[in-house]
Design a protein around this ligand. Structure first.
Ligand code: NAD
Length: 499
């Protein structure tokens, strides 16, 4: 079978109609090194016994340049909705404005809320400072600063909205624990910055603690992201499964992949309730395109994750072990080749053929991959329905564009006071400036002015409009408002620093 497998014409296979027995998979060949590494990866998977039918779609640079700002043709969504499985090579996003990130579009449109990135070191066969490393980064994929809601509000100040939801946090944290349980992992660590972002990251941490209590068989811990990231980069062997909000996960999964050996080796799975997408974490490496040099390993290992996801766990195990054996035999692409460690430098196609030749073999020194053939995929978690809290309006923050001294601004804002509401404070970039600020504090042209109900009075919606009407009359340039609520008596807003 091995010799024959090498002879597979992958172009023929890609064009082959499905006789009904194979699982359809939507495949995008991408840009730059994408087509080469995708063909190499598919060839190995098919030789390894993958029973898939390939539905090719076009994405990426050509579409972008033809005026499609999303980088994906409308009809491609039909294929994705039908197959529900997307095997995607990297694409080139043209420089300059107007082009939307295809990855973000696909993840959000298909509800792929969980991004799973195993980061493993292969010491001594691939150079790494961390010989013992086997960390799985579970990154929330849809929320946080990636909601993409940004505004310029004044000459000086731009804003990006960080959105963290309870259902979003619960789904990803629960996924991390379910993943840990299904893969025999011992510990789940949560990273947040909730000492600063007490409401948003605070919610993520709180949900983590609640969900962790339901998994007493799995150890849990929380680290503040800064020292946690330092620890991960220094002592990755202290971590097992790590779960975090979107931005931290984006950064740290690349760090984890790189310190394991190379970003070129790391796969990623994007999982949703209905659909899933599998890809390498690296980009399209345009400078290496068309030279038969690129390492297909990241994409191939993503394909291995896809096989496990499709229930073809025997294929996943066979291909994974053949790949490990190839690495162990010192057959390496240029990016991981090292004199004295590697035996032979191979191009993309020869590397794929080397893996195919080892199908059926297992590594001798690296730990062999074992995929429990009887295990069932765990259900993708859903958020627990909750009864809404008692929500009460207690005030309003008015954000103002102003270059006037703060005392003058306070005088203007006070024109909106009444026997019901008063101006409670003014902050600049979160720091209290009025009343009683420090002269040393640097200020910009973007001010937050907080109105609260006077002692014994109740704030209501009509006051919001009254305040804005008064401020309009006074010529105040307000750029946005935020209503202040309590939820079951708990303030749903932060205090000013120094308040
Ligand atoms: P890149 O990952 O393409 O390349 C970074 C470096 O790693 C380069 O030196 C490259 O030669 C090397 N490299 C990457 N993958 C390799 C592989 N498989 N084998 C050998 N060497 C490899 O990152 P970049 O240069 O910042 O981005 C290039 C393009 O890719 C950009 O247009 C970017 O937007 C895009 N990109 C796409 C994705 C994606 O589609 N998922 C992800 C990241 C970047």
């Amino acid at each position: 079978m091995n010799v024959e497998a090498k002879l597979i014409d992958i172009d023929d296979y890609i064009g082959k109609a499905n006789d009904g027995s194979a699982t359809p998979v939507t495949v995008a060949f991408g840009d730059g090194i994408g087509p080469e590494i995708m063909k190499a990866s598919l060839k190995v998977l098919i030789a390894g016994g993958a029973n898939i039918a390939i539905e090719p779609i076009e994405i990426g640079e050509q579409l972008y340049r033809s005026g499609n700002t999303a980088g994906i043709a409308p009809e491609s969504w039909d294929s994705l909705r039908r197959t529900k499985v997307f095997y995607k090579a990297p694409i080139t996003t043209p420089q300059g404005g107007g082009y939307k990130s295809l990855n973000v579009t696909v993840r959000k449109s298909l509800g792929l809320f969980a991004n799973i990135r195993p980061c493993v070191s292969y010491d001594p066969f691939i150079a790494t400072k961390h010989p013992i490393m086997d960390v799985v980064v579970v990154r929330e994929n849809e929320e946080d600063l990636y909601a993409g809601i940004e505004h310029r509000q004044t000459d000086d100040v731009y804003q990006c909205l960080k959105l963290i939801s309870r259902p979003g946090s619960e789904k990803i944290v629960r996924y991390a624990f379910e993943y840990a349980r299904a893969h025999g992992r011992k510990k789940v660590t949560c990273f947040t910055k909730d000492n600063i972002m007490k409401l948003t990251d605070g919610l993520f941490h709180k949900v983590f603690d609640e969900v962790a209590a339901e998994y007493p068989d799995i150890e849990n811990e929380h680290w503040i992201i800064d020292i946690g990231a330092a620890k991960l980069a220094d002592t990755p062997e202290a971590f097992d499964v790590v779960v975090m909000p979107n931005l931290y996960g984006d950064v740290l999964s690349d760090v984890a992949a790189q310190i394991a050996g190379s970003v070129g080796l790391a796969p990623s799975a994007n999982i949703g309730a209905q659909c899933a997408m599998f890809e390498a974490i690296h980009g399209s490496a345009p400078r290496r395109a068309g030279q038969d040099m690129a390492n297909p390993s990241g994409l191939l290992l993503a394909g291995v994750m896809m096989m496990a996801h499709l229930g073809q766990r025997d294929v996943a195990e066979r291909v994974h072990n053949a790949w490990l054996k190839t690495i162990e035999d010192g057959l390496h692409t240029y990016d991981i080749y090292k004199d004295g460690v590697s035996k032979e430098k191979l191009g993309t196609r020869d590397f794929a053929d080397a893996v195919i030749s080892r199908l059926g073999e297992t590594p001798q020194r690296l730990a062999a991959a074992v995929y429990d053939q009887n295990s069932k995929p765990f259900a993708v978690p859903e958020a627990t329905p909750r009864t809404p809290a008692k929500k009460e309006l207690v005030g309003m923050d008015v954000f103002v564009h102003s270059t006037a001294p703060v005392e003058e601004l306070a005088r203007e804002m006070k024109t909106a006071e009444s026997e019901l509401v008063e101006l409670a404070m003014i902050t600049n970039r979160g720091v209290k400036i009025w009343p009683g600020g420090l002269p040393e504090t640097f200020t910009t042209d973007h001010w937050r002015c907080r109105f609260l109900a006077r002692e014994g009075k109740q704030f209501n919606k009509a006051m919001v409009l009254d305040i804005l009407r008064q401020l309009t009359g006074a010529g105040v340039d307000f750029v946005k408002t935020e209503q202040l609520y309590t939820f079951d008596g708990e303030p749903g807003y932060s205090l000013g620093q120094g308040q």
